[in-house]
Design a protein around this ligand. Structure first.
Ligand code: ADP
Length: 260
């Protein structure tokens, strides 16, 4: 038997195993970091040409490349729709990696969610009108201030509103309500759209998940939005819940602690 403090063969074997596990873990962490950096770089690099494409599309739509025939207008519209999708995908990927690497902690400030909701509503106005939807925004009269990352909180509101619009048929309605109730900001986004089958509701916040309804109706998306919303809400100390009925509309409810 070895003296106290000395290692015997078994200790050495255990130490070796621990060292192996630690090395494997570190390699894994390194691989994860490299992957996040790679995705962040790619999504960032995608944004520059996308901005350029958007600029040229605008020139075409302004008639600066000459008058467009109805057929050409249809083609340009398809380019507009799809480049918007690519930009949204790049933004969402960037957010996912940013959240994964915990960059979210930087730059927290007091954010008025009421202003965020109203601005998001304005940004979506064109699509709401084009789709013949009714969008109700009820933010009460007072600011609803939480402490957090402005861009991330904007992403929460925009993703929830965009989904409600996307999964509601033309002529339907979307309602967004915001209130401060006993130390908590309560945001809810409801629609009378397609809803989510009950059996699938548990998977909603899983990366890349898309419901069978979304696939059947060929509604496009990446299945990243709600994953991002969920991580942002949780990283701000809040939580999110959903009630939905297949073909009977959905309500996403978010609670966030108010700034003190
Ligand atoms: P995406 O919208 O890009 O598919 P999300 O992560 O935002 O990805 O949403 C995941 C899935 O959840 C969607 O594909 C859809 O099936 C379902 N979903 C989200 N919001 C709604 C909603 N308001 N109504 C019906 N289904 C929804």
């Amino acid at each position: 038997r070895t003296k106290p403090g000395e290692l015997d063969e078994q200790d050495m074997a255990t130490a070796q195993t621990l060292a192996d596990v630690a090395t494997a873990y570190l390699l894994n962490a390194e691989a994860r970091r490299t992957k996040s950096e790679f995705v962040a770089t790619v999504s960032h690099e995608l944004r520059t040409p996308m901005t350029c494409i958007a600029g040229f599309i605008e020139l075409l739509q302004d008639g600066q490349g000459g008058a467009l025939t109805p057929r050409q207008e249809m083609f340009v519209e398809a380019i507009v729709r799809n480049s918007a999708r690519l930009t949204a995908l790049a933004d969402n990927l960037l957010l996912v990696t940013g959240l994964a690497s915990n960059a979210a902690r930087r730059g927290h400030s007091d954010v008025d969610l009421a202003a965020v909701v109203l601005a998001a509503g304005r940004d979506l106005d064109r699509v709401v009108v084009a789709r013949g939807l009714e969008l109700f925004l009820d933010v009460g009269g007072d600011p609803v201030v939480v402490h957090g990352d402005t861009a991330h909180l904007e992403a929460v509101v925009t993703n929830l509103l965009t989904n409600a619009i996307k999964f509601t048929e033309d002529g339907g309605w979307v309602r967004c309500t915001l209130r401060a109730v006993s130390g908590t900001a309560r945001l809810s986004v409801s629609d009378n759209g397609l809803g989510i089958p009950e059996a699938e509701q548990g998977d909603l916040f899983t990366r890349f998940f898309r419901s069978s309804t979304a696939r059947e109706h060929a509604i496009q998306g990446t299945g990243l939005g709600l994953t991002i919303v969920d991580s942002i809400v949780r990283s701000h100390g809040g939580d999110i819940a959903v009630t939905s009925k297949h073909l009977g509309g959905s309500t996403f409810s978010v609670c966030l602690p108010l700034a003190t």
